[in-house]
Design a protein around this ligand. Structure first.
Ligand SMILES: Cc1ncc(COP(=O)(O)O)c(C=O)c1O
Length: 488
């Protein structure tokens, strides 16, 4: 390529885009089919030190000879070195095999490249986001006062909701004056709450010591009687509780806190009630399982990750407020060069999020609602929660397996007990080592990817069923494989 002009023309050549794009979709389709058939290990040997040759090369200085071919090769390497969420044996973290139409929507977002901070940079996408937020608010059970925005992940969603709660508890002065003026602010959350809640407390200047951990019951749900005691003890110590955070459901076990009881308590005390529904708010779309989130409508704020149980590509988090106007209290900040150019501030979504530039995240969810309806997306949720129950029944029927607790959603924790529950002579530590060894061997087999989690002192194997292709038979095969991996 000779001149600067030639290079720029070739970068933007629409026919190359068309050709490479068609080939790319073919390649991705072949990949998805191969992964679904399990014809590759779920995860290649996970060793960050064994860096492939292609990732050790110096910065390329010149254009590739053929962009379409180079794109194909680079994608092939990416696939070969990656973890395969489309493989039915992927049952690990709460990241799903995306709905294909939503993946196409990502491509659209990459071409259309709207920025969600200000209306004029995203007119149609802003309407889409606002409409999607209102749909979700309705599913929560709220009226037309409710409103929300989208943000980049559940952690940022929790942080932003708690920022509003902090400002609310400080009478609106925390943004200007910081949190030093009034009584120390505290947050109540269960021992099982996601770490982003505690992390948010430090970011917000509250400090870890003001994250008051409420114990859980045997089903890993927040113990509400103890919550009330914690609350009154905090108040007696001169603290002001800025928010109670309930999980719907928890990361480790997928447990739903008793939202109605917690919500009623918060109402009675006049304290902010935040529901971390990052994982489980999607049950609201499932007629069979929406009662798990009973009482969610009592919340002041809810976060909802569509990139978890709704199988959207990462990331789509809805941050919803029962009183939509509260969403503006997170950031009482002026940026007059960006905002306020028209008399409808609710259309400048950047007033309500940490991000300034932000992709059109809601679009992919909105599109899937258009294509498959609430019923279609709800079926995805129901299918996985049904499967979790079937798998739990299977585990319980095996003498040499122990289920931690009946699953409320699509997350299960269990252990292998060599020789059966009564016969096992292994110590706590040996049993923990046994689970860790099993996990390592299962991963090395390439047939499944599952994770592990420490509950109290005990190590459990943990799986989140995040793939529409995973079947009961796959999970029966997993138990057999675990037995083999545990034997020696
Ligand atoms: C209950 C819960 N809340 C919040 C988060 C954080 O969400 P994200 O990974 O989108 O930041 C997670 C992630 O697993 C979660 O399980």
């Amino acid at each position: 390529m000779d001149t600067k002009v030639d290079i720029i023309e070739s970068i933007y050549d629409p026919e190359v885009f068309r050709q490479a794009g068609h080939r790319l979709v073919d390649q991705l389709t072949d990949y998805v089919l191969a992964a679904r058939q399990g014809s590759m290990p779920v995860l290649p040997e996970p060793n960050p030190l064994a860096l492939p040759e292609s990732y050790q090369q110096p910065l390329p200085l010149e254009p590739a000879a053929d962009v379409t071919v180079a794109l194909h090769q680079r994608l092939q390497e990416l696939i070969e070195q990656g973890i395969h969420l489309q493989h039915p044996g992927y049952i690990g973290h709460q990241v799903g095999a995306p709905v294909p139409a939503a993946s196409l929507a990502e491509l659209v977002a990459g071409v259309f490249n709207q920025s969600m901070a200000v209306y004029e940079m995203s007119p149609s996408a802003t309407h889409i986001e606002r409409q999607t937020a209102r749909w979700l608010c309705k599913l929560v059970g709220w009226n037309k006062d409710a409103d929300g925005v989208f943000t980049s992940g559940g952690s940022l969603g929790n942080l932003t909701a708690l920022l509003v709660a902090r400002n609310h508890a400080s009478g609106g002065v925390a943004w200007e004056k910081g949190v030093r003026g009034g009584p120390p602010l505290a947050i109540l959350a269960s021992e099982q709450a996601h770490y982003s809640v505690a992390r948010s407390a430090s970011i917000l200047g509250l400090g870890q010591e003001n994250v008051l951990r409420v114990p859980v019951d045997r089903n890993f749900r927040m113990d509400t009687a103890t919550m009330a005691e914690c609350y009154h003890a905090a108040v007696a110590q001169g603290k002001k509780v800025a928010a109670v955070v309930a999980s719907a459901g928890t990361t480790a076990t997928g447990s739903f806190d008793p939202l109605r009881e917690i919500g009623r308590f918060c109402r009675a005390q006049g304290v902010w009630f935040h529901v971390d529904g990052a994982h489980g708010a999607s049950v609201l779309l499932s007629p069979q399982y929406r009662s798990l989130a009973d009482g969610i409508e009592l919340a002041d704020s809810v976060i909802w990750d569509a990139h978890k149980l709704l199988f959207m590509p990462n990331v789509v988090t809805a941050l919803l407020f029962r009183q939509g106007s509260h969403g503006f209290e997170a950031f009482s900040q002026e940026a007059s060069y960006l905002f306020g150019r028209h008399p409808f501030p609710e259309y400048d979504l950047g007033l309500r999020t940490v991000e300034c530039t932000r992709p059109m995240q809601a679009w992919k969810l909105w599109l899937c609602f258009q294509l498959y309806g609430a019923r279609g997306l709800g079926e995805l949720v129901t299918q996985k929660l049904d499967l979790a129950r079937a798998f739990a029944a299977k585990i319980k029927a095996q003498a040499d397996f122990e289920l931690l607790t009946d699953p409320m959603c699509n997350i299960l924790c269990f252990r292998h007990l060599p020789g059966g529950a009564g016969a096992s002579t292994l110590s706590l530590q040996q049993l923990n080592e046994h689970q860790a060894k099993i996990r390592k061997r299962v991963l090395a087999s390439g047939k499944f990817f599952l994770v592990q989690t420490l509950i109290g002192q005990r190590l459990y194997l943990r799986c989140a069923l995040m793939n529409a292709q995973t079947t009961e038979q796959d999970l029966a095969n997993l138990l057999e494989l675990i037995r083999k991996c545990g034997a020696d």
